[in-house]
Design a protein around this ligand. Structure first.
Ligand code: RET
Length: 241
C-alpha cells in the first residue's frame, strides 16, 4: 500500500461545496475546544460549582465524540447520521436537565423535578425518532407528540416549579436560570424547525427549505456551548461574592 492510499483510507475528501460536511467538521472542532475549555477551568472552582461546570464539559465532550462519528458517516454515505444524532441527544439533553436541577438545588430543588424533566425530554426524543426514522409517513403526528413534551419542559422552567425555585434563589442563579429559559424557548426551537425541513408533512409548504443537518448542527453549537458558558459565567460570578 502506498502512502497515498493509506492516507485516503483514513481521511475522506471534503468538497468545498459540501456545506453540510463543513458544519459537521466545524461542529467537531467547536465541541472539542469547548470541552477543553470547561475541563481545564475546573480547578478554579470550589466544590459547589465544580459539578455544574464538569457537566457542561461532559455535554460538549459527548457531543464532540458523536460529531466525529457523524462527520465520517456523512462523508462516507452522504446521508443524515440520524441514529448517532439521537444517541447524542438522548445522553446530552438529560444532562442539560441536570444542569437546571444543579443550579436550583441551592433553592431546595427536589429530585422529583429532575426526573420529571428527564422523562419529558426522553419522551420528546423517542417520539421524534419514531417520526424521523421509524414511521416516516406519520412524521407530523410524532412531531406533534414530541412538541407537546417539549412544551411541557418549556412550561416547567418558565412557569412551573422550576421558575418558582429560581425566583426564590434570586441573584445570579435567577439571572442564569432566565438565560437558560431563553435558550430552551428559542435555541431549542431550531430543532423542530429542522425536523419540519427534513420530514414530510402538512408543514412542507410553510417551512422554508433547508438542510436538516445544517439546522441541527447550528442548534447544537448554540445550545450546548451556549448553555455551558452560562453555567461557567454563573460559577465565576457566584464565586466572587
Ligand atoms: C444538545 C441537543 C439538544 C439540546 C437537542 C434538543 C432537541 C430538541 C429540542 C428536539 C425537539 C424535537 C421536537 C420538539 C419535535 C420534532 C422532533 C424533535 C426531536 C426534533
Amino acid at each position: 500500500m502506498t502512502n497515498f492510499t493509506f492516507i485516503s483510507a483514513m481521511v475522506s475528501k471534503l468538497s468545498p461545496t459540501d456545506y453540510v460536511g463543513f458544519t459537521f467538521f466545524v461542529g467537531c472542532m467547536a465541541m472539542m475546544a469547548a470541552s477543553a475549555f470547561f475541563f481545564l477551568s475546573l480547578s478554579q472552582f470550589d466544590k459547589k460549582w465544580r459539578t455544574s461546570v464538569l457537566v457542561s464539559g461532559l455535554i460538549t465532550f459527548i457531543a464532540a465524540v458523536h460529531y466525529f462519528y457523524m462527520r465520517d458517516y456523512w462523508a462516507a454515505f452522504g446521508e443524515s447520521p440520524t441514529f448517532f444524532r439521537y444517541v447524542d441527544w438522548v445522553l446530552t439533553v438529560p444532562l442539560m436537565c441536570v444542569e437546571f436541577y444543579l443550579i436550583l438545588k441551592v433553592a431546595g430543588a427536589k429530585q422529583s423535578l429532575l426526573w420529571k424533566m428527564i422523562i419529558y425530554s426522553v419522551i420528546m426524543l423517542i417520539t421524534g425518532y419514531l417520526g424521523e426514522v421509524v414511521y416516516t409517513d406519520m412524521a407530523a403526528f410524532w412531531g406533534f407528540v414530541s412538541g407537546a413534551a417539549y412544551f411541557a419542559i418549556v412550561y416547567e422552567i418558565w412557569l412551573g416549579s422550576a421558575s418558582k425555585l429560581a425566583a426564590a434563589a434570586g441573584g445570579e442563579v435567577l439571572k442564569a436560570h432566565k438565560i437558560l429559559c431563553w435558550f430552551v424557548l428559542v435555541g431549542w426551537a431550531i430543532y423542530p424547525l429542522g425536523y419540519m425541513m427534513g420530514t414530510t408533512g402538512w408543514y412542507n409548504g410553510i417551512v422554508p427549505a433547508g438542510n436538516i443537518d445544517v439546522a441541527y448542527n447550528i442548534a447544537d453549537a448554540i445550545n450546548k456551548i451556549g448553555f455551558g458558558l452560562v453555567i461557567y459565567t454563573l460559577a465565576v460570578k457566584s464565586q466572587k461574592d
